[in-house]
Design a protein around this ligand. Structure first.
Ligand code: ADP
Ligand code: DAR
Length: 368
């Protein structure tokens, strides 16, 4: 398709889909100033949102430098999604000592809110600086990245604090798992879903060459997990059943410091935007902190509609029990997490989860 035809298509879709942020923020005048190679790069970023006009964000970065190279576009798209200034800059900070209004000692204990032990999870996305982002990788690059990570996992496996195993989806490796093992890991919330079933990821190129270069490391206690080759090169997470959010938050920071120190692992960052991620919705901290919590009253109609309506003003997102784009659990269990990722610190995110749950519990308790 010619640039002229593409511009006409974008204009037509933008008129029909006002909620597609990328289509709304695309500026044909800015686009016209770009050299041809950069025109192609920017359109590759928008491919998912053009092919899936019902998207909310509508784009994925393809190169680690895209956010800086195409700042006139991305600064507007980030401002629109994250509801910040288009000159906003990210500050990263894991210290709860810098967050106001926390319980004594900064202990975020859900039992102090009258909540039972819940499944708690904190994850961050990270991308290696010397590879294209998942939207623009060749199969060879995907397998090369997995190979580099398999060497890094040997360091974790040799550490008694982690141990564990690596489960590869790439055909023909010593760590390749069968279909049943894969499904068991997905059902245990340890492995990511089939990316080739996600139209946004397929259109954007992030699911290309599935399942080559994909897999996950799981520690011996199954509480520290690293995905390889999902929406970002790495999704690094801690997960456990309990009431003290600090346990997963602090363990993730400790583990991240270990992983960051492993040879060959340099993460892509932007001076202004923090940790670089494929999706602008994750940029900055790339952190999602969640709990799985039963909300039987707010989901009494079998949907998450009422829960979403109440959670949104509290700055909380609601996902299904299987994660993004999945239904609520049988007992009304939903995945609750703060919506903000950018222009917020890591410490503020985990604090927002704790404070948001207090308000959400009050709404559940008072619901009829
Ligand atoms: P991400 O959180 O990485 O953006 P998803 O929302 O798709 O991706 O969730 C991925 C997997 O993590 C899903 O299996 C989901 O059920 C699981 N998950 C997310 N939060 C929790 C949690 N608090 N406890 C247990 N599993 C969780
Ligand atoms: N549906 C895509 C993704 C939005 C956020 N979710 C991610 N990154 N997993 C969109 O552009 O709306």
């Amino acid at each position: 398709m010619t640039f002229t035809a593409t511009l006409a298509k974008i204009a037509d879709l933008a008129a029909q889909y006002p909620n597609n942020i990328s289509l709304q923020c695309f500026d044909p005048i800015y686009f016209s100033t770009l050299p041809e190679a950069d025109k192609k790069r920017l359109l590759q970023c928008l491919k998912s949102g053009i092919e899936n006009p019902q998207s909310e964000m509508g784009c994925y970065a393809c190169q680690p430098s895209d956010y800086d190279d195409f700042r006139p576009f991305f600064s507007k798209a980030l401002a629109a999604y994250h509801k910040v200034s288009d000159t906003a800059k990210q500050v990263n900070d894991w210290s709860l000592a810098h967050v106001q209004g926390l319980p004594k000692g900064g202990v975020l204990d859900l039992s102090d809110l009258g909540l039972p032990a819940l499944s708690m999870r904190v994850r961050v996305g990270r991308n290696l600086a010397d590879f294209p982002l998942p939207a623009a990788m060749t199969q060879t690059q995907r397998v090369a990245l997995e190979t580099r990570m398999m060497a890094a996992f040997e360091v974790l496996m040799a550490d008694p604090a982690y141990g564990g195993s690596y489960y590869s989806l790439t055909p023909g490796t010593p760590n390749t798992i069968d279909t049943q093992t894969y499904q068991d890991l997905v059902d245990a919330h340890l492995m990511f879903k089939d990316m080739s079933a996600d139209s946004y990821l397929v259109s954007g190129g992030l699911a290309a060459h599935w399942p080559h270069g994909r897999g996950c490391y799981v520690s011996s206690d199954r509480r520290f997990i690293i995905w390889v080759g999902e929406e970002d090169h790495l999704r690094i997470m801690c997960m456990e059943h309990g009431t003290v959010l600090n346990q997963v938050f602090d363990r993730l920071k400790t583990a991240l410091d270990v992983v960051s120190g492993i040879d060959g692992l340099s993460f892509a960052t932007s001076q202004d935007y923090g940790f670089v991620t494929s999706c602008p919705t994750n940029l900055g901290t790339a952190m999602r902190a969640s709990v799985h919590i039963p909300l039987p009253k707010l989901t009494a109609d079998g949907t998450d509609s009422k829960a979403k309506a109440i959670a949104k003003p509290l700055g909380l997102s609601v996902r299904g029990a299987g994660g993004e784009h999945t239904p609520i659990g049988a007992d009304g269990t939903v995945d609750i997490s703060p919506s903000a990722r950018f222009c917020i610190t890591e410490a503020q995110i985990i604090a927002a989860l704790y404070k948001g749950l207090a308000k959400l519990k009050a709404q559940e308790d008072s619901a009829v």
